[in-house]
Design a protein around this ligand. Structure first.
Ligand SMILES: [Zn+2]
Length: 318
């Protein structure tokens, strides 16, 4: 298993890329999860002219700014170091997505991560909290001596690995995201504004409405239709996929808030397809679904043609 950590700079210019500044990783060997090798590389930034505040405070900033390595070469070295390894672990869901984004920006191959464990989510399961715990808090909690500076990618990878030793097998077993769905993480698009979609008498009416179902491709604005929504029972948060013939699939999240005057207000968002968001989507997709009305009518009619209609039962699809 390889535990990976990245430091990056989030640009506020028009280029939607979290530019990687440092790649740190440790290799763990079973059965004792012993650290057997380390990888550390600083990368000179070329995309964004300005550093954001967290990037300015990185302990390795000087090495980053004077580094002779640019991302494609750094990635080549990292891939070579990873070898055939297909199991990765990270703290929080972002790092692997950001690695993929940078690879897709530079058009270089990424690592072949078959399984990516999110140790942060696993740690929350271990200590039975629903909140995400910061790495330094987890280190403190586990009583690991914190003698190395945080926000140095190698040190953070090492701390993540040490906290990992504290996790049980069952903490790691989260829903694995299918490869097909994970492919969506490679599509990079600019951040999309949250959209107000008006007021609806019922949530069901909203889910069936063209306003909620018709979503634009974040890259070319081509309209695609959502045909099915996924959700957890009792949670007014819905997930749907829409397709652009040119750019592929995108995932939309629909949330609702109650209106003071009655009914529901719908908001749509197209978040970046981070592992965390894909996990959210996938978990909902395995739970409940709502097939949009027009399609449901067709399928009901087909069923009715096959068997005699005894009586009209209540609509159970709610
Ligand atoms: Zn498109």
């Amino acid at each position: 298993m390889i535990v990976l950590d990245l430091e990056w700079n989030r640009g506020y210019d028009k280029k939607p890329l979290d530019e990687i500044l440092q790649i740190g990783a440790v290799r763990l060997e079973n059965p004792y999860n012993q650290i057997v090798d380390t990888f550390n590389i600083c990368i000179r930034p070329l995309i964004h002219k300005r550093l954001n505040r967290p990037a300015k405070q990185l302990p390795m900033l000087e090495d980053i700014q004077t580094s002779g390595l640019i991302f494609p070469k750094a990635m080549e070295l990292f891939r070579a170091w990873c070898g055939q390894e297909q199991i990765f672990a990270v703290w929080g869901g972002d790092d692997v997505d950001i690695l993929r984004q940078n690879c897709s920006y530079w058009q270089v191959p990424c690592v072949e991560a078959e399984v990516v464990y999110d140790f942060q989510a696993a740690f929350s399961r271990r200590v039975e909290t629903r909140q995400s715990v910061a790495l330094y808090r987890a280190v403190e909690y586990c009583g690991i001596p914190d003698s190395f500076t945080y926000h140095n990618a190698l040190n953070d990878a090492m701390y993540t690995a040490l906290v990992g030793g504290w996790l049980r097998e069952k903490d790691l077993n989260m829903q694995e995201i299918p490869r097909q769905l994970r492919k969506l993480a490679e599509t990079v698009f600019p951040p999309q504004p949250r959209r107000k979609l008006g007021r609806f008498l019922t949530i069901e009416a909203a889910l069936n409405s063209p306003a909620c179902r018709q979503q634009a491709c974040p890259l070319c604005a081509a309209e695609g239709w959502i045909q099915q929504w996924y959700f957890h029972r009792g949670v007014p948060r819905y997930y749907g996929a829409h397709h652009c013939p040119q750019h592929g699939w995108f995932l939309c999240r629909l949330t609702f808030s109650r209106c003071e005057t009655g009914g529901w207000r719908a908001h749509a968002a197209t978040p970046a397809p981070t592992l965390r968001f894909l996990q959210e989507f996938y978990a909902a997709a395995q739970d409940q679904s709502h097939i949009c009305k027009k399609l449901r009518r067709i399928s009901t009619r087909r069923k009715q043609n096959r068997r005699p209609i005894k009586q009209r039962g209540p609509d159970t699809d709610k």
